[in-house]
Design a protein around this ligand. Structure first.
Ligand code: MG
Ligand code: MG
Ligand code: MG
Length: 306
């Protein structure tokens, strides 16, 4: 029997990597033969975390065999999952996103909560099972929560996320603000990425009501610096629109200091951005005040306008 593979979404973020590693530990403690893997490159923010803990990146996989047993964390939509997920045996899901076109042949464990981070759900699972949380897992979960909630500033952040983070910080004996800012800052260093890498870094393919969309996001400390690369970014976005036959490509450049986003939007349905946010797209771009969360402030808002 091959191992059960546990992984987060494509273009993995800190939650997808850290939660996979934590879930691996949890299931190993329960005697299961599991391996955390990843579906894409590790970003700099996540690298900061792995370096801090001096742990190796999980193994990269591109696709899986038919009947492979898997555990999904931080996603459920097949468009965001491993290639050939349709033919996998999904044993468990732990997730905090909308559930969309998800289907299995057999019963499964499905843990979903509308909290700010998958790791918050995992934290509760440790607690429910009276399982001790060690320092390494505490830092992994804490990092994921800081990342997904932008240090508790995102509208997705709940009381549960804050309580989990507080407890995890005390287990890890770590200064959350200091560590969190360093970690987020590490993720905003995008200078050595090409424009194509930029738009892929945190891109999610989603179906809106009737439109095929990619909603991509990058974190920055300076929207202005990022906008210097707008022409080349648009060139790459156009190529992806062609290739994937997208109706809309929405690229959010998110200022994590001031909690705003600058959106660059292309595709034949780009116009829905205007009514969604009551803005005008000028040269394919608009400033979106207070918008930082794709899950709460972009996907559902665009869907309403279709
Ligand atoms: Mg994620
Ligand atoms: Mg997440
Ligand atoms: Mg995210």
């Amino acid at each position: 029997m091959s191992k059960i593979l546990v992984f987060g979404h494509k273009n993995p973020d800190t939650d997808s990597i850290c939660s996979a590693l934590v879930k691996e530990k949890f299931e190993k403690n329960n005697g299961l033969d599991v391996e955390a893997v990843r579906l894409g490159n590790i970003n700099k923010e996540t690298k900061y975390v792995l370096n801090y803990l001096n742990i190796e990146e999980p193994r990269y996989i591109e696709s899986i065999d038919d009947e492979q047993e898997v555990i999904l964390v931080d996603h459920n939509e097949f468009t965001q999952s491993v290639n050939n997920i349709e033919n996998a045996k999904i044993k468990k899901v732990v997730d905090h996103h909308r559930i969309c076109e998800f289907k299995t042949a057999e019963p499964l464990y499905y843990l979903a909560e509308p909290v700010g981070c998958t790791s918050t759900i995992l934290y509760k699972e440790f607690k429910r099972n009276n399982m001790q949380i060690e320092r390494k897992e505490a830092i992994l979960m804490l990092s994921a929560i800081i990342s997904d909630t932008l240090l508790f500033k995102s509208p997705t952040c709940t009381e549960d996320d804050k309580l989990a983070a507080k407890d995890l910080a005390s287990i890890a004996n770590i200064d959350v603000e200091k560590y969190g800012l360093e970690m987020l800052k590490a993720g905003t260093d995008l200078s050595d990425l090409t424009e194509l890498e930029l738009i892929n870094l945190d891109a999610k393919e989603v179906m809106l009501k009737n439109s095929k969309a990619i909603i991509a996001q990058v974190n920055t400390a300076s929207i202005e610096d990022m906008m210097k690369r707008k022409d080349k970014i648009e060139e790459e976005m156009k190529k992806v629109i062609e290739e994937k036959n997208l109706d809309i490509f929405f690229f959010a450049i998110t200022d994590i200091i001031n909690s705003n986003s600058q959106a660059i939007v292309l595709g034949k349905k780009a116009y829905i951005t205007e009514s969604a946010y009551n803005v005008k797209l000028e040269n394919n771009t608009a400033f979106l005040k207070g918008v930082v969360s794709r899950k709460k402030q972009i996907i559902p808002v665009l869907m309403e306008q279709e």
